[in-house]
Design a binder for this molecule. Structure first.
Ligand SMILES: Nc1ncnc2c1ncn2[C@@H]1O[C@H](COP(=O)(O)OP(=O)(O)OP(=O)(O)O)[C@@H](O)[C@H]1O
Ligand SMILES: [Mg+2]
Length: 276
């Protein structure tokens, strides 16, 4: 029945959304996790991938055990199925580790086989959300360029805003064909967040000639760090909090506003092509 639903709705396979930022610590991991949960609660089959090679902490946030990641699959020590964990709401969580880079050590045949296996994830889900980690280095950029939709996260801090713009500039310079949205986190008020969105979207439109869509605003909310301390995503720990409602609205907007890119090349094949 699921298969039928997916075939009717999304013949092209899962939509891929990359959550990224220029500056670290702006809320990506919390955003990727809570958006995944919101989408799962609306009957989407969600895969959440931690592609942060430094300090991925999806596992901490959801109290999962991520001893094994994609690099163990590449090394032949675990199967993709074995490293996939089922998180709250039935979302599938995969830790990338340095798996994509270590694909370089495989023979062409082995690599092809694994890419095919990864691309099958796209066939059996509706949405794949990637927490890319921060910064404009090649791993992050590779995941964004291959995604249908890149959500750049900033806070009202000037350094975060400048770095968000720098990220957009890199994507524009690589002729990114997907959609770029801006999400303002830790705003003092929705109005402040909206003003920051307008500023950045304006400059990006004028100097980079790319449209930047509005993902939405999340205000600074004490319930988020409180939930983190409980090792629970805030939308589950405090579903009635203002920030949880804002997550629901952003999730709906992203689901509606995202588009599938044309072409039959799978997501992971695109990421890997960027590296090799
Ligand atoms: N809306 C918010 N209100 C209050 N605190 C927040 C909010 N969003 C994030 N934080 C705080 O910021 C911390 C960092 O968030 P998170 O780990 O999601 O950022 P990140 O961008 O993934 O960081 P990194 O770049 O290190 O991966 C959270 O633990 C929380 O304390
Ligand atoms: Mg993070």
């Amino acid at each position: 029945m699921y298969l039928q639903k997916s075939q009717e709705k999304q013949p092209a396979g899962a939509m891929i959304i990359a959550i990224t930022s220029g500056k670290g610590g702006v809320g990506k991991t919390n955003i990727a996790t809570n958006l995944s949960l919101c989408m799962a609660s609306e009957n989407q089959r969600v895969i959440l991938m931690d592609a942060d090679l430094g300090l991925g902490n999806l596992d901490v946030l959801m109290n999962l055990n991520s001893r094994y990641n994609l690099s163990h699959v590449v090394a032949g020590k675990r199967t993709l199925q074995e490293i996939t964990q089922i998180g709250p709401g039935g979302i599938e969580v995969i830790c990338g580790g340095s798996g994509i880079e270590s694909l370089a050590n495989l023979s062409t045949f082995q690599r092809q086989r694994l890419i095919e296996e990864l691309d099958r994830l796209q066939e059996r889900s509706d949405v794949i959300i990637i927490d890319t980690g921060a910064g404009i280095h090649s791993t992050v950029i590779g995941f964004c360029l291959a995604a249908d939709h890149t959500v750049v996260v900033t806070t009202p801090e000037p350094t975060a805003m400048t770095d968000a713009y720098a990220m957009m500039k890199v994507l524009a310079s690589k002729d990114y064909a997907g959609r770029i949205s801006l999400l303002v986190n830790m705003a003092q008020s929705p109005a402040e967040g909206k003003k920051i969105y307008r500023q950045i979207a304006d400059v990006a439109g004028r100097f980079l000639n790319v449209p930047v869509y509005e993902a939405g605003v999340l205000c600074r909310d004490e319930s988020l760090p409180q939930a983190v301390r409980k090792r629970e995503p805030v939308t589950l720990a405090f579903p009635k909090a203002g920030i949880s409602r804002a997550f629901t609205a952003i999730s709906r907007r992203l689901t509606k506003g995202s588009i599938h890119r044309a072409g039959h090349e799978g997501f992971f094949r695109k990421v890997v092509n960027w590296f090799f």
